[in-house]
Design a protein around this ligand. Structure first.
Ligand code: HEC
Length: 162
């Protein structure tokens, strides 16, 4: 579209003898960063989508195991009504590795179950030799190692320290 104003604008690049290189460079300067930005943005959104999918997998494991029954919907600690009162997971001091071990292997002698599908039998817990889980372990082996990893990531992102 050309308007009257446009046609009266000085057009440096049309002047004879004026090299069009600067004009070309000028537009390249405008375009290259824009393309780079688009590339970075699409990488970011792919990473965000992956991250969201990983968190959703962790939340699914949280729901599937029913952690909230004892630890509260936000992991704030159970109220000890119908279910044993689990402590606040928001305030836990455990790191990733300790969370994974606790969730996989349970806390023997307490009401915190072992959730990993082959805990004690195929995957050593707390240094016990492989074999049947000790009698004082409540076993609810409904989560895979992958689900527990996703669950720990979910806890670290959404619950611990909240
Ligand atoms: C049947 C009730 C119950 C369920 C279900 C349950 N827990 Fe627990 N959990 C407990 C109790 C009780 C404790 C505290 C045990 C103790 O130290 O006396 C505990 C302790 C923990 C701890 C240790 C916290 C700390 O700081 O020492 C973690 C982590 C934990 N539970 C995570 C989970 C996760 C994740 C789930 C779901 C996969 C889950 N729990 C399901 C009852 C439960």
């Amino acid at each position: 579209m050309t308007s009257e104003v446009d046609s009266h604008m000085p057009r440096l690049w049309l002047k004879p003898g004026h090299t069009p290189v600067s004009a070309a460079l000028g537009s390249a300067r405008g375009r290259v960063p824009a393309m780079a930005l688009i590339a970075v943005l699409s990488l970011c959104s792919a990473a965000l989508a992956q991250n969201a999918a990983a968190l959703a997998a962790g939340e699914n494991a949280w729901d599937k195991a029913g952690c909230l029954q004892c630890h509260g919907a936000q992991g704030q600690g159970g109220d000890g009504g119908e279910f044993p009162a689990g402590p606040s997971l928001q305030k836990t001091r455990l790191d990733r590795a300790a969370l994974a071990e606790t969730i996989s292997c349970g806390l023997p002698g307490t009401q915190m179950p072992a959730w990993l599908d082959d805990a004690y039998t195929k995957r050593s817990c707390y240094g016990f030799p492989l074999g049947p889980a000790p009698a004082e372990v409540t076993a609810t082996p409904v989560l895979s190692a992958g689900e527990i990893e996703a669950l720990v990531n979910y806890l670290m992102a959404k619950i611990v320290g909240r």
